[in-house]
Design a protein around this ligand. Sequence first.
Ligand code: R5P
Length: 330
Amino acid sequence: MVEHIHAIHSSGGKDLVLAAGRGHMELAEAVAAELGIELLPVSSYDFANTETYVRFGESIRGADLFVLQSHTAPVNQWLMEQLLLLDAAKRASAKRITAVTPFLAYARQDKKSRGREPISARLVCDLLKTAGANRLMSVDLHTAQIQGFFDGPLDHLLAMPILVDYVKTRVDLDNVAVVSPDAGRIRVAEQWANQLGRAPLAFVHKTRDVTQPNVSHANRIVGEVAGRECVLVDDLIDTGGTIAEAVKVILDSGAKSVIVVATHGVLSPPATDRLSKCGASEVVVTNTLPISAEQKWDGLTVLNIAPLLARAIKAIFEDGSVTSIFEGIY
Ligand code: R5P
């Protein structure tokens, strides 16, 4: 008989249980494997009118439950599925519930740019809380202040250690420059520059048309990139417009090469087409979101975020420190 291990038991009588929505099962299974457990069985299906049904297949009473969902497209469906899982967990008496959203949907809508707009990132955090999440865990939030949108502990993980380790093997550290695709992300680029041995910093002066989604223009580079191997760092790549324009401006300014690094590969069309032709030597993302065979091309590298998620989940379960995982970055 095959023994299924759906929980890690602690001496204090707590059980760590991991359940997942259907957004990115490959990642959920990889995290479970890192933890040495199997995912909790969950029945999930959709009704003819697109409503979603979920049910946990085993008791979770008293469990320290982690509910993982990647908010990939169709975002609203997977967000709703996670809300239903959280509600089911609350009603099934899980002791503590952590929503794990490696990529938090709607995070870009974190303020009113114009009157009569919602603050959608705040609403999503409120929904997760109301549904049953006591805690929230996410990776590289679009802006750090989203931490304050969730009324409870939020573990903000950074993919930087994984990305930096890889990039160090791909560039000449004596001739590197870090470039931010817009002025708003300079703080993150600064952390990158420090990690790459106090590399020089530059940023792209970008303007965005707030009346149109996914439309921005890279105007010029502020900083010195001529002759340098540039590391262009962003939190996410959606349609690839921001990055493709930035790469062009950087190369036009005399850079030797550009490697693109982003935590979240949203890769909505036409990202694959744009990025494969943009002139970057390589595009590096993590697997916080699923990336299909059609979205991939030769110049794309996908790094595994599962060990980091598993380490943070274990630390939370054992009342250990999550901050210490990122020693030296903050
Ligand atoms: C913007 O603030 C974000 O950090 C990304 O640069 C942007 O959302 C990416 O979108 P796209 O790839 O569609 O240009």
